[in-house]
Design a protein around this ligand. Structure first.
Ligand code: HEC
Ligand code: HEC
Length: 284
C-alpha cells in the first residue's frame, strides 16, 4: 500500500495521471492461428515473493491489439520473421556460410531455444542472451560483422527464433553459474532510478493492473519479445523496451547489450518462467 501511495504521488508531481480503476488482467485466451495455445497466466515461480500469479502483457492490452496476435497474417511482427527466413539462407562473411549451413532449418534446430535464453555458456564463461549468441556465430563461425543489438536484422532473427518456440513454457535457469548474474539483475529490478525514484517493481509489481496515463500497466514480462509496437510501427528488442522504461523515470539509461541489461534480462525472464514464449507479440 505504501509503495502505491508513493507512486501515485510521484506521478501526480510529474503531472501524470494515475487512473482511478484497479482493473487487473482480462480473462481472454490466446490461441494463435487456432492452433498454438499460449499460456498467458501461471503460478508465479518460487523465487518471487511479491506476486502469486504471473500474466503475459497480452492480457492487459485492448481487444483490438490482442486480436492482431491471433492470426499470423494479422500480426505485423511476422514480416520480421519472414525477413529473417531469407537472411537465414543468405551466405555472409569470410567463411562463405549462412545460418542454414550449420543449423539446417530454423524450425527444426531452433525449437525450444528461445525458452531457455538468457543461458549460461560454459566455454565463454558468461550468461548469453540470444543476441550475444547470434553475434558469436556471426563473428567466430561465419567471419561476418556483428549485427547491432537492436538493429533490424538482429531483431528479425530473434523474432524468427522465438516464433518456432511459441507455446513452449519459458524456463530459464537461474542457479549454478548463472546465479550471480541473476542476483545482479534482481538488484537492478528493485533499484529506484531517476528523478521519479521509481524501480521496475514500483510499476510492474506494485501497480500492474492500474492505469498510467493511457497505459494499462502489465507485469513487464518479456515472454512476448521481440515485440511489435504499434506506436513505433516496428519490432523492438527487450533492451530497447528496458531503455524506454528507464527513461520514463527520467534517469540515464544503460546501453543495449550492457552487462546491467543482460543481468536484468535474465532476472526478468525468470519472473516469466511458466508463461509461454509468445514472440513476436503485438503491443501498443
Ligand atoms: C559454422 C557453423 C555455424 C554457423 C554458420 C552458425 N552457427 Fe549458430 N551455432 C553453431 C554452433 C557450433 C553452436 C553451438 C555453440 C555453443 O554452444 O557455443 C551454435 C549455436 C547457436 C545458437 C544457440 C543454440 C542453443 O541451443 O543454445 C543460436 C541461437 C545460433 N547458433 C544462431 C545462429 C544464427 C542466427 C546464425 C546465422 C546468422 C548461425 N547461428 C550461424 C554453429 C554455427
Ligand atoms: C513509471 C512506471 C514504469 C517503470 C518504473 C517501468 N516501467 Fe516498464 N512499462 C511501463 C508501461 C506504462 C509499459 C507499457 C504497458 C505495459 O505493458 O505495462 C511498460 C512496459 C514494459 C514491458 C513490456 C511488456 C510487454 O508485455 O510487452 C517490459 C518488458 C517492461 N516494461 C520492463 C520494465 C523494466 C525491466 C523496468 C525497470 C528497469 C521497467 N519496466 C520500469 C511503465 C514502467
Amino acid at each position: 500500500m505504501k509503495r502505491t501511495t508513493t507512486l501515485v504521488s510521484v506521478l501526480a508531481l510529474a503531472a501524470w495521471t494515475a487512473g482511478p480503476t484497479l482493473a487487473g488482467p482480462d480473462d481472454h485466451q490466446l490461441v494463435i492461428n487456432d492452433e498454438i495455445q499460449i499460456i498467458t497466466e501461471a503460478a508465479a515461480p518460487a523465487h518471487m515473493d511479491g506476486i502469486d500469479t504471473i500474466y503475459s502483457g497480452w492480457r492487459f492490452r485492448a481487444d483490438e491489439t490482442q486480436a492482431l496476435e491471433l492470426d499470423d497474417f494479422e500480426n505485423p511482427g511476422m514480416i520480421g520473421v519472414e525477413n529473417a527466413m531469407a537472411i537465414w539462407e543468405t551466405v555472409d562473411g569470410s567463411e562463405g556460410k549462412s545460418c542454414a549451413s550449420c543449423h539446417e532449418s530454423a524450425e527444426s534446430s531452433m525449437k525450444g531455444v528461445r525458452a531457455v535464453y538468457p543461458k549460461w555458456n560454459e566455454a565463454a564463461g558468461e550468461v548469453r542472451t540470444l543476441e550475444m549468441q547470434i553475434n558469436d556465430c556471426r563473428t567466430t563461425r561465419m567471419g561476418a560483422e556483428k549485427w547491432k543489438w537492436s538493429g533490424g536484422d538482429m531483431v528479425d532473427m530473434t523474432a524468427l527464433i522465438s516464433s518456432v518456440s511459441r507455446g513452449m513454457p519459458v524456463n530459464v535457469a537461474i542457479d549454478g553459474p548463472a546465479q550471480s548474474t541473476w542476483e545482479k539483475g534482481k538488484e537492478i529490478y528493485y533499484t529506484r532510478f531517476g528523478q521519479l525514484e521509481l524501480s521496475c517493481a514500483n510499476c510492474h509489481e506494485d501497480n500492474y493492473g492500474n492505469m498510467i496515463r493511457a497505459d494499462h500497466l502489465s507485469q513487464g514480462q518479456i515472454n512476448g519479445f521481440p515485440s511489435y509496437r504499434l506506436k513505433t510501427a516496428k519490432l523492438g528488442s527487450v533492451h530497447n523496451r528496458f531503455k524506454g522504461c528507464v527513461r520514463d523515470t527520467r534517469a540515464e539509461t544503460f546501453a543495449d547489450g550492457s552487462p546491467e541489461f543482460v543481468a536484468l534480462e535474465l532476472y526478468v525472464a525468470s519472473r516469466g518462467n511458466g508463461l509461454s514464449v509468445e514472440g513476436p507479440s503485438v503491443r501498443n
